[in-house]
Ligand binder design. Structure first.
Ligand SMILES: [Zn+2]
Ligand SMILES: [Zn+2]
Length: 295
């Protein structure tokens, strides 16, 4: 190694150490067209969508204050004089719903009617909810928003353990739907999904509510974009988990035996399998044992 190269390496290492120390790893951000006027936005592990119409932009989750400020500048650059007219929250969780304040000058903030109460319940335990702006209009079951001749249907899929206030965004003109957290593509449900006795059947029916819509492209709030059939696969994970854990409980198996038996082994290639599958089995075992105690 030349002395000059050694110096460069040392400086690079120092820069890495400094940024790691200060937690200054730059965020991974991007904007990609899904189809037509529909775009997907990445901010690290979180994704949202926006829909460009001749009369303005319809944005789903703002994600965070920093992401929203960055996105606002990107939109102004890429689509000059096309203001954001709507911000539509997928659900109240602060890691998706923060930062809408920067769009509030031009946009109407929209959410399911359970959103505000859910924020109120969560906020005292988590100061990050200060960045979540409450909606200016709400709906109960369904709502259609039209802008510049384009349309988005807001569909409440029902409450489930993850949140009581989900909105699925259906873009009929683009044959696409945006779904967050309670559905993902080729990804095992997260470890908090079935905690605290959350009924598995609520997830199954909330996914069926999306499957009933007419679309082809499934855009998720985390992980890969997929097809509508990926949502059916996600529902089937819940159904198989419930069936197999119930059968094991009836057969008198302990949780440790059920986990050792790899009863969901065909999902081993799904994202987060190693992190979350055993926890889902444990949560399902607990919930289903309470419903039908082992003999
Ligand atoms: Zn969430
Ligand atoms: Zn999430």
């Amino acid at each position: 190694m030349t002395r000059r190269l050694a110096l460069v390496v040392v400086l690079a290492l120092l820069a890495c150490a400094a940024s790691a120390q200060q937690g200054q790893k730059p965020p991974v951000r991007s904007i990609a067209q899904v189809t037509g006027g529909l775009y997907r936005v990445q901010n690290n592990e979180h994704y949202t969508v926006f829909y460009v119409t001749p009369a303005g932009i319809i944005l789903a989750d703002p994600i965070s204050a920093d992401a929203a400020a960055w996105l606002k500048a990107e939109l102004a650059r890429r689509f000059p004089n096309v203001p954001v007219r709507y911000v539509i929250y997928s659900h109240h969780h602060q890691d998706h719903a923060s930062g809408a304040a920067v769009f509030d000058d031009t946009a109407e903030l929209v959410a399911h009617e359970n959103f505000a109460a859910a924020v109120k319940a969560a906020a005292p335990k988590d100061p990050r909810y200060a960045a979540v702006v409450l909606p200016e209009s709400t709906y109960r079951d369904r709502r259609t928003i039209t802008l510049g001749g384009r349309r988005v249907d807001l569909v409440h899929p029902g409450r489930m353990g993850h949140a009581p206030d989900f909105t699925v965004l259906h873009f009929p003109g683009e044959r696409a739907a945006f779904v967050v957290d309670y559905i993902a593509v080729r990804t095992v449900p997260g470890s908090n999904t079935l905690q605290n006795g959350a009924p598995i059947g609520e997830y199954v029916s909330a996914i069926r509510a999306v499957e009933a819509l007419d679309f082809d492209i499934a855009v998720a709030g985390h992980g890969p974009v997929g097809k509508k059939s990926d949502l059916g696969d996600h529902r089937q994970y819940f159904e198989r988990l419930a069936e197999r854990v119930s059968a094991a409980i009836k057969a008198g198996r302990t949780l440790e035996q059920v986990q050792a038996a790899n009863i969901m082994g065909e999902y081993k290639d799904w994202i987060e399998y190693d992190e979350d599958n055993d926890i889902n089995v444990a949560n399902a075992y607990k919930t289903l044992s309470a419903a039908a105690p082992p003999r």
